[in-house]
Design a protein around this ligand. Structure first.
Ligand SMILES: Nc1ncnc2c1ncn2[C@@H]1O[C@H](COP(=O)(O)OP(=O)(O)O)[C@@H](O)[C@H]1O
Ligand SMILES: [Mg+2]
Length: 383
């Protein structure tokens, strides 16, 4: 189960409390310890035997549910509260969730790194906004590394000297944007376990800002290397392209085959593959990723992704599965081979197909001379 998985992989983050322990801590859920109530239940202040203060959420009856329901609940709460859940208690009649207690602050306040810069949650650090402003020179335009559908990414240097990429979600904090931000954090936790998935160092959440902090990838995205490189930068040679194809497939296969529930990336493309100083590839941008429970072969949702990379059956039915990513991967291979965009309206002017797949599959495919003629003209070391 997912809870088991979380406990296993993040041991030390989630602790299992006994009911007795939390009864003692909260003076048997005494009214004087009541901090407030939220959608799920009543929250009590408590003091554990080691003297530390906690906030204990005692779930309302309808939310107590069965063990599997509670597991789901806990997972979504963990998600909602950005991983600062400290532990839980499962008793026959009680379901309790334990958070660190912050004096005079609601849980929403606890999340505001600005006010609690030193809070660490598991392997993730909650950065203060100030820290990231200093690191990026006030989000200066000269530090912009790239932009995508959800905002800009800035290069930054932290106080300890390390280089980071700070992904700043668009100014307006739409509900969709927040969900995407949370998804990226949750999915990135899994990414910690594979060298070909972009790691997350931490995040910052304030009333006006949502920021993710990743290690800086010195050679940018594969898309920028293929199409926007500076004249001083050499083109990607053939062995490197082959290596990128191989290791990004490993990252993807980890998401599909080794994560439980499995993770569907839904936006596999050259712009979301990043290269470190050794040109080793990592797959990033988990903003559209989705979990699929074991046993399910697909799930249905509004179609998201990038034109030119979206699998036709996903586009027509809204059903996504591993195959959705495999399609995206295939198009990425074409990007790697040809250096062209998956979707390029400019090709229309030359009477060519705007979709790379259609362009590539036009008459003649399969004939090696034709293929060779269409390989990226800037290639090096083509066999
Ligand atoms: N860790 C990083 N190091 C260097 N460049 C990065 C890093 N993360 C993102 N970028 C650059 O920013 C671009 C957009 O980042 P991405 O995470 O894909 O954002 P979006 O979700 O908006 O698409 C990437 O294509 C890349 O050029
Ligand atoms: Mg992206």
């Amino acid at each position: 189960m997912y809870l088991g998985y979380l406990l296993e992989t993040h041991s030390g983050v989630l602790r299992r409390f006994s009911l007795r322990e939390l009864q003692v801590a909260t003076d048997n859920f005494s009214r004087k310890n009541k901090l407030g109530r939220d959608y799920f239940g009543i929250v009590y202040k408590g003091q554990l035997a080691d003297g530390s203060l906690v906030a204990v959420n005692r779930l309302k009856d309808p939310h107590r549910g069965t063990e599997p329901q509670f597991e789901k609940q806990l997972t979504s709460l963990k998600h909602k509260n950005l991983l600062i859940v400290q532990g839980f208690c499962m008793a026959p009649t009680e379901r309790l969730i334990v958070y660190p207690y912050m004096a005079n602050r609601s849980r929403a306040h606890q999340l505001r790194a600005e006010e609690d810069p030193e809070v660490h949650s598991g392997q993730l650090k909650m950065f203060s906004l100030r820290e990231l402003q200093v690191a990026t020179d006030g989000f200066s335009n000269k530090n912009i590394l790239g932009r995508g559908g959800f905002g800009k990414v800035y290069k930054g240097r932290l106080a300890d000297g390390s280089l980071v990429a700070v992904k700043r979600h668009r100014e307006e904090r739409s509900p969709g944007g927040e969900l995407q931000f949370q998804t990226e954090i949750e999915m990135s936790i899994n990414a910690v376990h594979h060298r070909n998935l972009l790691k997350l160092r931490g995040f910052c959440m304030t009333p006006t800002e949502l920021l993710l902090v990743h290690p800086y990838m010195a050679n940018g995205s594969v898309a920028s290397r293929l199409r926007e490189r500076l004249p001083t930068e050499p083109p990607l040679d053939w062995p490197t392209r082959r290596q990128i194809a191989l290791v990004s497939a490993r990252g993807l296969s980890y998401l599909h085959d080794h994560c439980d529930p499995k993770i569907i990336h839904r936006d596999f493309k050259a712009a979301n593959i990043l290269l470190d100083e050794e040109f080793e590839a990592v797959l990033g941008d988990f903003g559209l990723a989705k979990l699929i429970d074991c046993g399910d072969t697909y799930a249905t949702t509004a179609v998201r992704g990038t034109i030119g990379h979206i699998a036709p059956e996903y586009l027509s039915t809204g059903k996504y599965s591993e195959k959705t990513d495999v399609f995206g991967y295939g198009i990425t291979l074409l990007e790697l081979i040809t250096g062209k965009r998956a979707f390029d309206p400019a090709r229309h002017a030359n009477g060519d197909n705007v979709m790379l797949l259609d362009w590539f599959s036009c008459a003649g495919t399969g004939r090696s001379s034709w293929c060779r003629a269409h390989l990226d003209a800037s290639r090096h070391g083509v066999p």
